[in-house]
Each structure stands twice: as C-alpha cells, then as structure tokens.
Write a protein that binds this ligand. Structure first.
Ligand code: NAI
Length: 352
C-alpha cells in the first residue's frame, strides 16, 4: 500500500508540475538517434519532464514509431518523429533549444570507445552540420562516443559555419559521476542519491579521473584500485553483461536526462546549477584566468564541474585539490586526452 501511495504521488507530482509550465518557457528538445538503445529511454524520460514542451525525435529509422508510442503518455508536451525523408532533420531541429546526440554505434565486448571513431565521427559530423544550419544557438549535448573526440569534431563543424559558441557545446560525462557516486555508496554504505563525486578529465578509460579526496574519502590498496578501475571501466561491465547487444543505455538515458534537466533549470532562471561536462577549456573569461585547466598543455577540452546559466556555461570551476595518487591519474589522463582531441580535430579538418 505504501509503495502504491508513493508511486501515485510521483505521477501526481509530474502532472501538477506539467500544468504549471507556461508558454513563456516553451522548450523544444530534439533527440538525434532517438530510436536507439539510449534514444528510446532518453526520449521517454524527456516526455516525463514538465519543462519540455515539444519533443522532436529523429533517427535514420524508427523514430515515428517511437514518437507515436511516447506521445500517448499523459503529459502535456507534443511529440513528433522524423526520418531522413519527408520533413526530415531540418524541421526536427528548427527551434530546438537543446539537441541531444546519442546517434552512433555502441561498443561490443573487447572494444574501446576509440574503436568507434571511424563510424561515429562521420555520423556526428553530419548531425552537427545539420544543427549548425537549423539551430545554431541551441545547446548541443554530445553522447555519441568517443566523446573525447566527437566534441572537438562538433566544435570544428560549428566553427566552419561561423556559428561556434563554446558555451553551448557539452560532452555528456554525467554517467561517470553517476557511477562514481553509486560505487562509493556501495563501499561506504551511504545514500547514493546524496553522493556527488567530482570526476574530471574525459570520457574513456584512463581519461576518467574520480577525485574521491574532494568528497572526504580515502581508499587504500586493492580497494582503491578496484574502485578506480570500476569507475574508469564501468561501461565494460555493461558491455560484457549484454554480450554483444550494446553498451549502457538505461543508465545513460538517466544521465542524459539529468543533464538536460539541469540545463533547462538554469535556462529558466535557477542559479547555482552545477554539472560535470566535457567542453572547451577557458571559454568563460575571466574564469579562465582562475581556472586555466590544462589548456596551456595542449589539452583544449576537459571535463570538470561547470555552473550552468541561461547562456549555457556560466563558470568553469577549478579542478581543485587532489591527492598525489589522483595527480598521477590526472597525468596519464592528460596525455591520452590530448591525443584524442588532436585525432578528432585532424580527422574533421581532412573530412569536412
Ligand atoms: P544504438 O545502436 O542502440 O542506437 C543508435 C541509434 O542511432 C540507432 O537507432 C541508429 O539508427 C541511429 N543512427 C545511426 N546513424 C544515424 C544518423 N546518421 N542519424 C540519426 N540516427 C542515426 O546505440 P546506443 O546504445 O543508443 O549508443 C549510442 C551511442 O552512445 C554510442 O556511440 C555509444 O558508445 C554512446 N554512449 C555514450 C555514453 C556516454 O556516457 N556519453 C554512454 C553509453 C553509450
């Protein structure tokens, strides 16, 4: 009975908040790759978000079916599916405030995220071109891997069209923080919902650097090594468990929806909204002066805590203090990250 009451109150709350959404904060959100493993649950969660008033779902196949299904959910937002034929991607993107890009192939067992580069680089390039033409001022949230390279690719496409605004380009690294928080709560028997472990660097293997010391935790020996490995390679647990059927989709959908919700809150006037994200370092002057990140070492993109506002990135937080061990992890990260960034930039310049 208690569980039923709780579930009723959750849905009641969703509906009541829906009715308070006004035309003045009408918000169109587009999902590119909406019929995929991430795209479907992500679209579902966005349909449940009362801040979203219009949901535009695009995929090379299957988006109208997903849209028809989701559109029956009794929240106020409208939902429409788009395919390459017909109205297509242009209409899907026109007027969008947020564009999420989970389009692309996922990993199979034994693959690294970089192994996806050859396929996903061109998918992201083409979708970025469409977005730069149709909604140059939208917030672009790149989920497609390898994020360390697909974000620089997106930036170069926007630059080539003269519409690049680094404050509105985000590599979605939220899942790393979700995992880091969940895994420490399992070790320390705390409430995972109240954990918020800072994770910096990039979004693949050794470039993912959790800074446990900033949350007041110290782990030692094998326990520490296992924790770090789990955060850095947590995605592999899912890839292996799915046995070739894909990578993280449901937890990723939750993480993507959380990031979109944070952006919407900030856009609608809430202050102090902070999320981790992978973006261009030093885009917000004069924060760059206080928080140079690692730009002067050639690492021009970096994931760190960012304060969001109506214009996208409001402030990039300094990475902050870290232990000697964490510094060692960061040194490895910076080397890998630099080459991932250069790979993306070089490829897109040769394949624009
Ligand atoms: P999936 O294969 O299930 O879905 C991908 C969808 O993209 C498919 O529906 C496909 O038709 C569509 N698609 C392919 N090319 C397209 C194009 N040119 N335009 C529009 N749609 C297109 O893959 P899944 O599991 O949804 O993963 C998607 C991506 O997200 C992968 O690259 C994966 O590595 C990445 N990912 C990122 C994470 C992160 O933390 N940032 C976490 C987990 C996955």
């Amino acid at each position: 009975f208690a569980a039923r009451q709780a579930s009723q109150s959750v849905f009641g709350a969703v509906q009541r908040r829906t009715f308070s959404a006004t035309a003045s904060n009408a918000t169109k959100v587009a999902v590119l790759g909406a019929a995929g493993g991430i795209g479907q649950p992500l679209s579902l969660l966005l349909k449940l978000n009362p801040r979203v008033t219009e949901l535009a779902l695009y995929d090379i196949k299957g988006a109208p079916g997903v849209a028809a299904d989701i559109s029956h959910i009794n929240t106020k937002s409208t939902v429409k599916g788009y395919e390459p034929s017909g109205a297509g991607i242009k209409e899907c993107l026109t007027g969008a405030e947020i564009v999420l890009i989970p389009a692309g192939v996922p990993r199979k067992p034994g693959m690294t995220r970089d192994d996806l580069f050859n396929t996903n680089a061109s998918i992201v390039r083409d979708l970025a071109k469409a977005a730069a033409d149709a909604c140059p001022e939208a917030n672009i949230l790149v989920i497609a891997n390898p994020v360390n390279s697909t974000v620089p690719i997106t930036a170069e496409v926007f630059k080539s069209k003269g519409v690049y605004n680094p404050k509105r380009l985000f590599g979605v690294t939220t899942l790393d923080v979700v995992r880091a928080s969940r895994f420490i709560s399992q070790l320390k028997s705390t409430d995972p919902a109240t954990e918020n472990i800072t994770v910096v660097g990039g979004h693949s293997g050794a470039t993912i650097v959790p800074l446990l010391s900033q949350a007041g935790y110290t782990l030692e020996g094998a326990e520490r090594d296992e924790y770090i490995k789990r955060v850095q390679f947590g995605g592999d647990e899912v890839v292996q468990a799915k046995g070739g059927a894909g990578s993280a989709t449901l937890s990723m959908a939750m993480a993507g929806a959380r990031f979109a919700e944070s952006l919407l809150k900030a856009a609608q006037g809430q202050s102090g909204v902070v999320e981790p994200t992978y973006g261009q370092s030093g885009v917000v002057e004069p924060t760059y002066v206080d928080s140079p990140l690692y730009k002067d070492q050639g690492v021009t993109y970096f994931a760190s805590q960012v304060e969001l506002g109506p214009n996208g990135v409001e402030k990039i937080h300094p990475v902050g203090d870290m232990s000697e061990f964490e510094q060692g992890l960061l040194d490895v990260c910076l080397k890998d990250l630099k080459s991932n960034i250069e790979k993306g930039e070089k490829w897109v310049k040769e394949n624009m």
